[in-house]
Design a binder for this molecule. Structure first.
Ligand SMILES: [Zn+2]
Length: 362
């Protein structure tokens, strides 16, 4: 009985050892296979999306940290909605672990805000540079040799933007010098115009006085006032003027009516369609064609800031650039454009502004 028991124990032990050996070998094979096929790594995800795999979690964390806290150049700060999460994994040995890929994904999901300095004029940004010193020195350079009457209204503002639009100081100088030149030219043109307008006003005043003197002489002579309109004349800036067409005046300068929203800018002289129109004095044709409510329009520049307009014509006989004199028939009376019947709309402009033709004619 004892012998049987001993044999049985011996048998069991032998079987157990055998099983253990098998299990050990099996496990070893499994581990070997796993080690050949897989390697340990960290899966990196952002908001649940896998952006790559890395070997070393500390290195990638440090790299991302450095990137997010980078304030070199004009970087003000960087923002990312969610930071990456890491998960330990056994991954296929064929699968590459790449920090580059992870960094690219992080960079793509990051918004970088830059702080730059804009040189402004009247609050409008003209050029953006990297530093405040650059902006200040640009303003100082612009102010040198500048007529103090020309106010460029310069200023500096800090600009926070997600794209760095700053340019080199030299480039900013180029842009702003161009702006400065334009402003100086604008100032000089305005000044010249103001001087010309003052001169024209002075001339007009003198002409008005001369006309008054002439009127007195005419009334003293008790002569043919209304019937010889074609001979009526005057002068402007020393140029002798004659009326462009005979006829009766149907609408005077400055009159407002139901058909017009603003004051009348000229003098309407009624005449049969086709009647020849002659310029008030010699000059150069600067416009000859259709123009909105003017209809067929001829504009003549007489120099010295004096222009005359002949509107609503039925025909035009001259072209731009033509030199015309008081004897030239430039066009014919008509009713084109905004017109209710054949008439000449005569406009005289001084320095671009319509004036009352009756101050110089009739
Ligand atoms: Zn008119």
């Amino acid at each position: 009985m004892n012998f049987i028991l001993v044999n049985w124990v011996r048998y069991c032990t032998k079987e157990a050892v055998k099983t253990l050996k098998l299990v050990t070998i099996g496990s070893a094979i499994v581990i070997a296979v796993v080690c050949i096929k897989y390697k340990p790594a960290y899966k990196v995800t952002i908001s649940g999306e896998t952006i790559g795999f890395v070997d070393n979690i500390d290195i990638i964390k440090a790299k991302i940290d450095k990137y997010m806290n980078d304030t070199s150049g004009n970087i003000a700060f960087r923002e990312i909605a969610n930071m990456p999460e890491y998960e330990f994994k056994l991954i296929n040995r064929d699968k590459k672990t790449e920090e580059k890929e992870v960094m690219l994904a992080v960079q793509n999901l990051t918004t970088t805000t830059y702080k730059t300095y804009a040189v402004t004029s009247d609050g409008e940004q003209k050029a953006v540079v990297a530093t405040q010193q650059e902006a200040e020195s640009i303003i100082n350079e612009l102010k040198t040799n500048l007529n103090p009457e020309v106010d460029l209204k310069l200023g500096i503002v800090e600009v926070y933007e997600t794209e760095n639009s700053s340019v080199s100081k030299d480039n900013a100088m180029l842009i702003l010098n161009e702006f400065k030149t334009a402003k100086v030219t604008e100032y000089e043109t305005k000044k010249a115009e103001a001087e010309a307008a003052a001169k024209a006003a002075e001339e007009a005043k003198r002409a008005e006085e001369a006309k008054k003197r002439k009127k007195t002489i005419v009334s003293e002579a008790q002569s043919i006032a209304t019937t010889t309109r074609a001979e009526a004349s005057g002068n402007i800036n020393g140029m002798a003027l004659s009326i462009p067409v005979s006829g009766s005046i149907t609408s005077r300068f400055g009159v407002r009516s139901s058909s017009r929203s603003s004051a009348h800018t000229g003098l309407d002289i009624s005449a049969p369609s086709g009647t020849g129109i002659r310029p008030i004095t010699s000059g150069t044709v600067t416009y000859a064609g259709y123009k909105g409510s003017y209809g067929n329009l001829v504009i003549i520049n007489h120099g010295g800031g004096v222009e005359s307009y002949y509107a609503h014509c039925s025909a035009i006989y001259v072209s731009v650039g033509d030199q015309v004199g008081p004897g030239t028939t430039i066009s014919a009376v008509g009713s084109t454009g905004n017109s209710t019947g054949p008439h000449l709309h005569l406009e005289i402009r001084l320095g671009g502004s319509p004036v009352n033709p009756q101050n110089y004619l009739y």
